[in-house]
Ligand binder design. Structure first.
Ligand SMILES: NC(=O)c1ccc[n+]([C@@H]2O[C@H](COP(=O)([O-])OP(=O)(O)OC[C@H]3O[C@@H](n4cnc5c(N)ncnc54)[C@H](OP(=O)(O)O)[C@@H]3O)[C@@H](O)[C@H]2O)c1
Length: 405
């Protein structure tokens, strides 16, 4: 079942006899913990089969002992002993390494939450897609670095992708896949991040602590920095391009600082359909988990009377060059988005470790795309090789920036 057909399907949950079995990839992260928060409220509807983490072995052990999955995997191999000891006597199988994380996705669960951060989520997500699972997709980098490959695998293997990113969840809820020719454009809303009103000069001195302090959402460090540079919206543009199949010029970005309207779809008769809600990731997570039904979530309800005013403004491509860079990479096609994604991961990590400044992030990304730009990709191996090459190039550029400081 392809994404577009998913809207018409009654879905596994409504057909399933017992609880839906689920795997949570990246269970120790922000989306992973929110997913657990939702799942734990419905013990009769969901049974956790597998959990994965990368470095946070203590949290993984605590989650596993509470949720009792059959399988728990930690990405860093040297943490295997600690995980095994922590789960001793529980009957939960402990495993470690990249292959173990992929194995968690390959096990026959009904539903998989893809919430690993970065391109590290690609292979596990692809493993779930290739066995025809229903996948709740938070890990946008998977579609940025390998969108065509992943969407083809979704179609070939009858998998279902339900977006978890709040903007794409919003679009998914109001996008008429049966009448796609009647859709003029998608309008992706953006909060503008913590530096929306800062001048370029002020941004020059911004610290990692300031960059991760998002005004509306509480999220992992990487996506928080991406929101501050607005690279996040650029990555979401590429994600939307693959999920909804509209050309880049029909995907608009609009800054909406209150994060109440999560995105919109504009139809040719002038109607604009939107999904609204408080900024709480448990809503799009619950939507994907229960799809095509709906389930109750505990979050604060939207009170527009209290909010009073919703405001909108055009994004500033000068202070936020990431928007221009991502559009250019999407237009260039081929390996450009893969390179962009890898370079951004390196640059963000370098900023978080204080090796480069905030404004250097976009520069490193743009230069890396420029250096490697003419690359075609086809297979997963091509993509992984290009991702590695882009990381080396971006790393060299980071060292150049450091040397010049
Ligand atoms: N947070 C949000 O509200 C939000 C909203 C929309 C979309 N998203 C997307 O959802 C994804 C997750 O975001 P997040 O904010 O939840 O990130 P996060 O808090 O940093 O969590 C990332 C998760 O991935 C695991 N991980 C990190 N590196 C890994 C690797 N190399 N191999 C396997 N697992 C690895 C982490 O494990 P350890 O903690 O054990 O190291 C953690 O469980 C991102 O793609 C993000 O863009 C997030």
């Amino acid at each position: 079942m392809a994404l577009t057909e998913a809207r018409r399907d009654s879905g596994p949950r409504s057909q399933a006899k017992g609880p839906r079995s689920i795997a949570i990839l990246g269970s120790t992260g922000s989306v992973g913990c929110n997913t657990i928060d939702v799942v734990e409220r419905y013990p009769n509807d969901y049974r956790v089969d597998a959990l994965t983490a990368h470095s946070n072995v203590d949290r993984l052990i605590e989650q596993a002992l509470r949720l009792k999955p059959r399988f728990a995997a930690i990405g860093i191999e040297t943490l295997y002993g600690k995980l095994k000891d922590g789960l001793a006597g529980s009957g939960i199988v402990a495993a470690a390494g990249r292959a173990a994380v992929i194995e968690a996705a390959s096990r026959p669960s009904d539903w998989v939450m893809s919430a690993i951060v970065g391109a590290a989520g690609l292979e596990p997500t692809l493993a779930a897609v290739r066995r025809g699972a229903m996948v709740g997709l938070a890990n946008k980098e998977t579609l940025v670095c390998a969108g065509s490959l992943v969407m083809k695998a979704v179609a070939d293997h009858g998998a279902t992708l339900v977006p978890v990113d709040s903007e794409h969840s919003a679009i998914f809820q109001v996008f008429d896949f049966d009448q796609k020719d009647q859709i003029e454009k998608i309008i992706l809303t953006a909060s503008g991040g913590p530096f929306r009103t800062k001048t370029a000069e002020q941004m020059l001195a911004m610290t990692p602590e300031q960059a991760v302090a998002h005004p509306n959402w509480s999220m992992g460090a990487k996506i928080s920095v991406d929101s501050a540079t607005m690279m996040n919206k650029g990555l979401e543009l590429i994600e939307a391009y693959h999920l909804f199949g509209l050309p880049e010029e029909r995907i608009e970005i609009l800054v909406h600082p209150q994060s109440v309207i999560h995105s919109m779809v504009s139809y040719l008769d002038g109607s604009v359909l939107a999904q609204l809600g408080t900024p709480d990731m448990r809503t799009p997570i619950a939507y994907a988990l229960a799809y095509p039904a709906r389930m109750a979530t505990p979050g604060k309800r939207l009170d527009l009377g209290m909010i009073g005013q919703l405001t909108f403004e055009a994004p500033d491509p000068v202070r936020f060059p990431a928007l221009r860079i991502t559009r250019a990479a999407l237009k260039a096609g081929g390996g450009a988005p893969t390179i962009l994604n890898a370079a951004n991961e390196v640059a963000v990590q370098s900023f978080l470790s204080r090796a480069i400044g905030f404004l250097d992030i976009a520069r490193v990304v743009e230069e890396t795309v420029g250096v490697l730009n003419d690359t075609a990709i086809g297979t997963l191996d091509d993509i992984l090789a290009l991702d590695a090459q882009a990381r080396r190039t971006a790393g060299d550029l980071v060292r150049k920036v450091m040397a010049a400081q």
